[in-house]
Design a protein around this ligand. Structure first.
Ligand SMILES: [Zn+2]
Length: 473
């Protein structure tokens, strides 16, 4: 019997058996990046969680139709309608065109995903390619009385949408009070909790670079609009699963639901999944904060991107993950140990002579159970460790099992961990030390050995060379 797939649905806050609309395929919408800067590792954690979700759905026999939008249009600072356009601000400060900025950061984003073994979604629609659909959605909301126009913008009237707040559980009164504290630029706005569907290029936005004609005059869409319009256009409504980070729940996803459901009288999505925050010193990482770490920062310190992936998978996606350099080092070391043990089982093609032995079969089921239990990757990794150590499972079966687990986990590379997984600084010191030893300058060589030791590696001298081994933490 195959373990059933269970997922935690934010809508209703419970774990449910997953039942797609169609028998063999799943429509999956994942909110994508705003491309005015590099992704930080907190964002990347969410994309790794979504990658696991996609691979687990595939393992359960579904074809996954996945869409991830690329926000390449006016996105105002914060969730509110106040503030400035981040994309245009970045373009101005870098003295480049908006298109140059968004294309550059889109490419950097995709590079990050590739390095983290995250499957690139087949469909990566740009918000600017779906302006017409967004305008149609606003027209539909106007027609049905859910939206109103002011001199500056078109707003969604949240009081008209009775189930507003159903995803977050936040009451409209609370939201209104919270929103009141923010700067409200438009005096004609009926309630502070109303959100913009369309901004006109007048007043504070008169110099806005990106603009399109619309029934309400030239302007640009509010940022919640694109996901509703793109999801419907490319996947239909309702769709099976909609995902994002937990920071999307209260406003962005609530607003997406309001727009889509008010306009078309159908649910936007049946399942809502959200990835928790990555914290640094217990603080949330955000583009606006100083604690902004990118994948490039990790690489500059000599860490392999997959060490970060492994670190992420050691926590369940619905738990907060406290990032520290020590934790990353420990993860890198842990992954090194896994790879070392895996490649020690043998190389070359994996060929099984018959069905799996009973012991191996039990572990295979345990793994499937773990990933099908709301994507429990820490549990799945525990099974992987168990298989590596199991005394009774033959090596070839271990390789077959781990290879199959790795199709989902994607942490083990094609090659055994070589010098490339060791920080460059350590490699340089080791090479220097060998030269010193060859010159019989043993005292100086020992100083370097201590320095390498301080960086977390033990150097073992071998015939004509050396081996670097990460120290056990
Ligand atoms: Zn979205």
């Amino acid at each position: 019997v195959k373990p059933v797939l269970k997922l935690h649905n934010t809508l209703g806050r419970k774990i449910q058996e997953f039942k797609p609309l169609k028998k063999n395929s799943v429509s999956l919408y994942t909110c994508g990046p705003t491309v005015y800067n590099y992704a930080h590792i907190g964002n990347l954690r969410t994309y790794i969680f979504e990658d696991i979700l996609e691979r687990v759905l595939m393992r359960n026999g579904y074809r996954v139709d996945r869409v991830m939008n690329i926000t390449d249009v006016g996105h105002l600072t914060g969730d509110t309608d106040a503030g400035e356009d981040k994309v245009e601000k970045e373009a101005r400060s870098e003295n480049r065109s908006v298109k140059e900025i968004t294309e550059f950061y889109t490419e950097k984003f995709l590079e990050d995903l590739r390095e983290l073994n995250v499957k690139i979604p087949r469909s990566l629609p740009k918000a600017t390619s779906f302006i017409e659909e967004q305008i149609e959605l606003v027209e539909e909301l106007m027609k049905k009385g859910y939206a109103y126009e002011t001199a500056e913008a078109v707003y969604f009237d949240v009081k008209k949408f009775k189930s507003y707040g159903k995803l977050s559980g936040q009451k409209l009164e609370e939201k209104t009070v919270a929103a009141r504290a923010e700067v409200v630029a438009d005096k004609e706005k009926r309630s502070p909790a109303d959100f913009a569907l369309w901004f006109k290029t007048v007043g504070r936005f008169k110099d806005h670079i990106q603009r399109w004609p619309s029934p309400w005059g030239e302007g640009f869409p509010g940022w919640h609009l694109e996901c509703s319009a793109i999801a419907r256009a490319l996947l239909g409504q309702p769709l099976d699963i909609h995902t994002g980070g937990v920071d999307h729940i209260g406003t962005h996803h609530e607003n997406e639901i309001a727009q889509s459901e008010a306009a078309y009288k159908l649910p936007l999505a049946n399942y809502w999944l959200h990835g928790e925050f990555l914290l640094i010193d217990a603080a949330k990482m955000a583009k606006s904060e100083k604690n902004f770490i990118t994948l490039a920062d990790l690489k500059a310190r000599g860490y392999a991107p997959l060490s970060f992936r492994y670190l992420v998978l050691n926590s369940h996606y619905r738990s907060k993950l406290n990032f520290s350099w020590e934790a990353l080092s420990a993860a890198e070391h842990g992954l090194y140990k896994i790879e070392e043990a895996y490649f020690a089982l043998g190389r070359g093609p994996i060929k099984l002579k018959g069905p799996l032995s009973r012991g191996a079969e039990i572990e295979e089921i345990a793994f499937t159970k773990a990933i099908n239990e709301d994507l429990n990757t820490p549990k799945a990794l525990a099974v992987l460790h168990k298989v590596l150590r199991a005394p009774k499972i033959p090596a070839m079966e271990k390789r077959a099992l781990i290879e199959k687990m790795n199709q989902i986990l994607q942490i083990i590379g094609d090659e055994p961990p070589g010098p490339s997984s060791i920080p460059r600084r350590v490699q340089e010191l080791a090479a220097q030390r060998l030269r010193l030893r060859n010159n019989k300058q043993f005292k100086q060589a020992d100083v370097l050995r201590d320095e390498i030791d301080g960086l977390g590696y033990t150097i073992i001298d071998e015939e004509g060379g050396y081996r670097l081994v990460p120290k056990r933490k």
